[in-house]
Design a protein around this ligand. Structure first.
Ligand code: ZN
Length: 496
């Protein structure tokens, strides 16, 4: 088995939020970290445990090593199909590797053939990309993300690049059950999602409004149905995640022992009992602020138009969004994405004069007030260790690699002059070990430790001191022990 020793590196222990003692190296064997021996020092022949023939040595030049990073909530196949869509997917996947993001979750994909095709290409090595954990959505008929298959609905979905198949087909990323289905049916559905559709995660949804219309009346799972689905996912060793935008939904998710929740309640403030229940449990949360803040502009006629918090957001986001859009999208799609942002920034809810987005944007706007306050309450209660990094890429205006945007939005929501609940170590844990937990992958990923998969990002600079390095292009990257990005000219020095 191939062995690689990395020396002269500053290795970050993300759990402790500090560097390991100077002189610590990493020994990779095959795709895993085999040991982290103390070496004699830069330029010296390393003191290694045992005999290591054929070990190749890399001098990291004093750079920082951190674990491969995560995006826990993306949608890779939202947008145009065909050649343009494929070009965008190749770019989105390559960007992840370029920035050291080695694991992502696709939180909902209506046609699993898309997901299987790209995962297959990555596994074969014909396309560069992260590992993709594909969620399969289990819903009640007519639930928010299992819209009724009406020609008008299908047309609206097609307009935003979604192609829902008949939910009975094994290629469908959605399974539906009758509203009165007994809890056992939800256990069976979890088994079908895993065994027949290849689910790496179970996605549930708790939003009382219909997708597209945002009118109330979408059916919700009962607590017993939710508990059964979450418990069966746990039995099968697969994480369960839930789309949630209400305080009542958040409560139900926490009560069920959900692995993680996506988004944040925006209809009401979480009270002390909610916070206590959350802190007592294990549920992780990904506020996906990259998406939710994107849905807040001073739109004409919207309920929070004129809110000073949106002014503060506007001052920060124009330059931020334009850079993110430039970096995330291929030239063919960039003008459309930029056009949406600029029209919204001008207060016009009719994107490109055609698509009226006023309804969803109005619906989600309280994220800047109630939603952000809920994130602050959780963090103030000590939940920074439960915060994971999901951007809702595809639905938001960034690609899956742009986890730097989520860091920026978390900083915007939480940190104020004289009040900084999140420091560099918190941001780093959010992008690594916390997110690994959300994906149920913490045994193999999320820290640099012997026994874990050798996903190692090499950075110029210290992310503990400067969180803005997180999610920017890396100097080099090892994925499963293979050097797949090498921007800084690392070279092997063969000395067995
Ligand atoms: Zn999503």
């Amino acid at each position: 088995m191939e062995r690689i020793l990395i020396k002269n590196a500053r290795i970050v222990d993300v759990q402790a939020g500090k560097h390991l003692p100077e002189g610590t190296g990493i020994l990779i064997e095959g795709d895993r970290i085999q040991a982290m021996p103390m070496l004699e020092g830069p330029g010296e022949k390393p003191a290694l445990p045992g005999d290591l023939p054929d070990c190749r040595v890399i001098d990291a030049g004093g750079r920082t090593l951190i674990p491969g990073m995560f995006n826990t909530h993306c949608h890779l196949h939202m947008g145009p199909r065909g050649i343009v869509g494929a070009r965008q997917t190749v770019k989105s996947l390559a960007d992840c590797i370029d920035r050291g993001v080695t694991n992502i979750r696709d939180a909902l994909c209506y046609d699993l053939r898309d997901s299987r095709e790209w995962s297959g290409r990555i596994a074969k090595g014909s396309v560069a990309g992260p590992r993709i954990q594909q969620a399969v959505h289990i819903s009640i008929e007519g639930g928010t993300y299992a819209p009724v298959r009406h020609p008008k609905t299908l047309l609206q979905l097609a307009a935003i690049g979604l192609r829902p198949l008949d939910y009975e087909r094994v290629e469908s990323g959605v399974i539906t059950l009758r509203p009165d289905a007994p809890p056992q049916d939800f256990r069976d559905a979890v088994n079908r999602a895993i065994d027949l559709r290849g689910a790496g995660a179970i996605k549930l949804c708790d939003q009382p409004e219909h997708f597209l219309s945002y009118q109330p009346g979408a059916p919700l799972l009962s607590q017993a149905q939710l508990d059964a689905a979450v418990d069966q996912a746990r039995v099968r060793g697969v994480p369960a995640t839930m789309h949630n935008v209400t305080a009542a939904g958040f409560r139900r998710a926490v009560r069920s022992g959900m692995t993680s929740t996506a988004h944040i309640p925006l209809d009401a403030l979480l009270d002390q009992a909610d916070i206590d229940a959350f802190m007592t449990g294990q549920t992780m949360f990904e506020p996906t602020l990259s998406l939710t803040y994107f849905l807040c502009y001073h739109l004409r006629g919207s309920r929070l138009c004129g809110d000073p918090e949106i002014d503060r957001l506007d001052a920060m986001r124009s330059p931020t969004y334009e850079r993110v859009i430039d970096e995330s999208w291929i030239p063919e799609l960039r003008p459309f994405r930029m056009g949406i942002h600029r029209m919204l920034a001008a207060g016009n809810p009719k994107v490109l004069g055609l698509i009226d987005v006023g309804t969803p944007f109005n619906y989600y706007q309280p994220i800047v007030t109630t939603g952000a306050e809920n994130v602050r309450r959780l963090i103030d209660a000590g939940a920074a260790a439960r915060l994971s990094c999901g951007t809702d890429a595809g639905a938001s205006n960034c690609g899956p690699a742009a986890i730097d945007l989520e860091m920026t939005m978390l900083d915007f929501a939480l940190n104020r002059p004289g009040r900084n609940p999140l420091a560099g170590a918190d941001f780093l844990r959010t992008a690594t070990i916390n997110s690994a937990r959300s994906l149920g992958l913490e045994a193999d990923f999320g820290t640099l430790e012997p026994g874990k998969v050798a996903d190692i990002a090499v950075l110029d600079g210290n992310p503990l001191a400067d969180w803005k390095l997180i999610g920017r292009p890396v100097a080099a990257l090892f994925k499963a022990g293979r050097l797949v990005v090498n921007r800084c000219g690392l070279h092997f020095d063969c000395r067995s």
